[in-house]
Design a binder for this molecule. Sequence first.
Ligand SMILES: [Zn+2]
Length: 322
Amino acid sequence: MAFSSFSETTKADLAQVIGERPCCLLSELAGFARVASRLVKEPGGKLGLEIRTENAAVARKAFRLVRAVFSGTVGVSTRQQRRFRRRKLFLIRVPGELNKVTAKLGLSNRFGHSLLGIRRVFLRRECCRRSYLRGLFLGGGWVSNTGEGYHLELLSPSAVLAQDIVVLLQRFGLKARYIERKNGFVVYLKESAAISDSLKLMGATGAILSLENARIFREVKNRINRLVNCETANLTRTVEASLRRKNEINLIISQIGLESLPLELRELARLRLVHPEATLKELGQLLSPPVSKSCVNHRLRSLAAVAGRLRRSAGGGPREGS
Ligand SMILES: [Zn+2]
């Protein structure tokens, strides 16, 4: 997955947001651990839970959350990753007996059987739903504002969790989908408005502002580009078409002469040569009596057909280029 600075900035921004109630602190840590924790063997051989992140601000946040939710010493270490451009990985060890830790975080039931989805206790209150979502994003989220439009993704190790995340987003009125990737599942939002809404829900203010600004800027830029491109394209098309018509008319003149054409075609051919840059509409107005643009177009096609016949009867010589 590509690293985007916008994503890192958004995460750093969200790392500053901390829920006020204990229920929210637990929910956020649960969301975080759901996607960013793994079991590790402790020096004594016992298994423990470790939370991992590459973002320093997010690591500090995880540390704060773990300390707020669990008692005991929170172990923190770093590791240089060999893959992924040698990025530093922060490891936060959750203190306590594994079964109790995983049960509290909703990773297992109280008998130690692992659970895949989101436990309902974290979704009961709106404050907790937002916190859980923020945890999911900090632990396995990614947002980009480059290329064509915006993209927000939430990693999910299982289809069950992916479905639960889609439902969670639905409860906020956000339409999300999920797909399977090589290393798991990905829940995604595509519409810029939904993305900025979801960031707002999680509490990111700075990111929202830059997202909205960038979106407005992009929209204005696109609109201007479209206008410019359209006009350039139209102009090019007009000039090219006009050149083609001129070649056709000259061919008619040299082969059979304009006099052999019906009157309305003859008049139009003459005007086309005299006013090469005039639009079809303008040519129509120059004719007497004036005719519509589509009528001019129709007559020009008749002229092209005459030229085509002449070209073919001339022995299939090289086609006149445009
Ligand atoms: Zn809460």
